[in-house]
Design a protein. Sequence first.
Length: 334
Amino acid sequence: MARGSEEHCNVPTARSRSCVFRMQFSAFGANSIFTDEPENVRYILQEGALAGKVGMGTDFHDQWHEFLGDSTFNLDGEKWKGSRAKLRKQFTRERLADLHLFEYHVERMIRFIKAHEGKPVPVLDLLHRFTLDTSMHYMLGTDENTVENPVNQFSHAWDTVFEIMDARARAGGLWRIILPQKPMKDAMAILNGVAYPQIDRAIERRKAGEKLGDSFLDAITADTLDREEIRGHLMTIMLGGRDTAALTLTNTLHALARHPRVYAKARAEVMNVVGPTDAPTFQQMKELKYLRAIINEVLRLWPILPYTRKNALRDLSLPVGGKNGGPVAVLAGK
Ligand code: HEM
């Protein structure tokens, strides 16, 4: 049973209305605050997180530990900052500008779609396979080709892990007692069975002073040779990047199919900036302003991550949402 009260809302306009709600879940005694106030969201994701006042908390850390180890998504405070700093270093402009790998996978996917001409193609499933292939190639340097070979142990184990994480979140603090642990162990054995040999080879290459490749894995061994830490970084990026990209692409294709006028304009922009045969460069991608506006609108209409949950690790105050629009006091543990 939940009891809610509206604490404060911005003066609504035709385009925006943001609020802070306080919610009591009486069955478990939990006390939650919901907010979409930009000031509060900024505080939660930046200032509060950097000050170690806001974070995921120990329950979340433990639920995700087998999968993520100790990494950016499930660490808090100083440890989170350290882990995040190592990840950020990998997202340099040069690495992001290297589009060859993505082009290789896009071409294969287009070939796959063309080979099914006249037959329906399950777009979300295909794009999930596409983003798995690109993530694994980019991160590990392996080409799994699940686009053409959908029955793949790794992708099946990946999906199993997320079903289990969902069940753990719903079971709350009781997950260790009421959920069977074997399915998670089996799924992780498959994921780690693919990841560990690649990680170990990268560590050996780095130690032997060999010339390294372009993969994220080779690059991250410059910052750490800890096998578990590297595994955590890999899983974090694949977790952050795979479904988000697949869903954004699927929703964008859906929107374009429903709006032929917008599709025609976007196509004309691509033809004008990139041309009919070339692969886009990083600079050209930045010039595709109409396409970017479409993707932004798609994310606004169908947010991929419509909400996120955080814990108050220490007593804190959210900037707005209290009586008369002032700060909201939040006690540690809420
Ligand atoms: C449309 C695409 C995406 C959306 C909507 C999205 C959304 C978000 C949001 C809302 C958060 C904050 C979550 C929180 O702290 O509770 C987040 C964090 C994160 N995302 Fe994404 N993301 C997207 C794509 C990606 C991609 C492509 C990657 C990696 C290649 C990625 C990696 C991460 C990581 C590592 C974090 C944790 C950052 C930290 O704790 O400081 N995301 N994302």
